[in-house]
Design a protein around this ligand. Structure first.
Ligand SMILES: Nc1ncnc2c1ncn2[C@@H]1O[C@H](COP(=O)(O)OP(=O)(O)OP(=O)(O)O)[C@@H](O)[C@H]1O
Ligand SMILES: [Mg+2]
Length: 255
């Protein structure tokens, strides 16, 4: 069977310029996410992971290489995808509910219905009772969950998530991982997920891509053959530990 690719980055290179200075960030990075697949990207800080997601969303035009979504060349053309940037980017003058409802309102959903859908989701994200709070009245984790909830309300089957659980405490983080997997399984979405946590990458993914330090290059692509639905018991299995060792070794390779 020929795999159906949802997202493909082909030999993408990117450089940021500030004045005369040129900063090469990505060097011919290729990666793909199959339809319904969960793929994680790990790599050192500053290796270009967030840049990969910006390029995948069409928000940044790479110097070379191409990006395809559903086999269409979208390189440098912003797409309606479930993109959650690393900073939560909530509007400070809007309440939690108004922030979360933005993608629905942008898609011309009636205000009443949009707010009702947000209200419905609040308990799932542990935000019940906070609908009318402004971002400054929420904790860092709550703001991050609001941003994640908003991303989930975007009507796209491709999710690009940039360290969505970075600001959460360990327990909330574990709950959110299981919750994300349930959403992903239920809605058959395709996910490209950036994380610093090797455990999180293995636990969630069908495949993990390791990127070298800047300029980011492909170092390793590891298929994770662990049964689904994933359970926390997997974290202590021999197979999990051997994946972990492989990824640690790949991360320590110098570019
Ligand atoms: N808009 C920009 N202009 C100039 N340089 C930038 C810009 N955005 C990122 N960079 C630089 O590009 C490099 C890669 O940044 P990027 O945010 O993609 O890394 P990252 O792998 O996501 O890092 P982290 O794990 O810390 O989030 C860094 O050295 C950063 O300083
Ligand atoms: Mg980043």
């Amino acid at each position: 069977m020929i795999p159906i690719e949802k997202l493909q980055l082909k030999e993408v290179s990117s450089t940021y310029s500030s004045g005369e200075e040129k900063l090469p960030v990505l060097d011919r990075v290729s990666l793909s996410v199959g339809a319904g697949e969960f793929v994680s990207v790990i790599g050192p800080s500053g290796s270009g992971k967030s840049t990969i997601l910006k390029i995948a969303a069409g928000l940044l035009n790479p110097d070379r290489g191409k990006v395809f979504i559903d086999s269409s060349d979208i390189t440098g053309n912003p797409q309606l995808v479930g993109y959650m940037p690393q900073q939560d980017l909530l509007f400070p003058w809007k309440t939690l509910k108004q922030n979360a409802a933005l993608p629905l309102l942008a898609a011309k959903t009636k205000k009443k219905e949009a707010y009702a859908r947000v209200e419905e989701m609040l308990p799932v994200f542990g935000l019940e009772g906070f609908a009318d709070y402004y971002p400054y009245q929420l904790s860092g984790g709550m703001r991050q969950r609001t941003a994640l909830m908003r991303t989930m309300l975007i009507d796209s089957d491709l999710m690009l998530l940039d360290e969505p659980f970075g600001a959460l405490d360990a327990l909330t983080r574990e709950n959110m991982q299981d919750w994300l997997l349930r959403i992903w399984e239920r809605f058959k979405r395709s996910a490209l997920f950036v994380t610093h946590s090797i455990d999180e990458a293995i636990y969630l993914s069908d495949r993990v891509c390791v990127i070298s330090e800047r300029p980011g290059k492909n170092v390793l692509e590891q298929v994770i053959e662990l049964p689904r639905p994933r359970k926390k018991e997997l974290l202590t299995t021999e197979k999990f530990t051997s994946y972990k060792q492989m990824l640690i070794d790949a991360l320590s390779v110098k570019s």
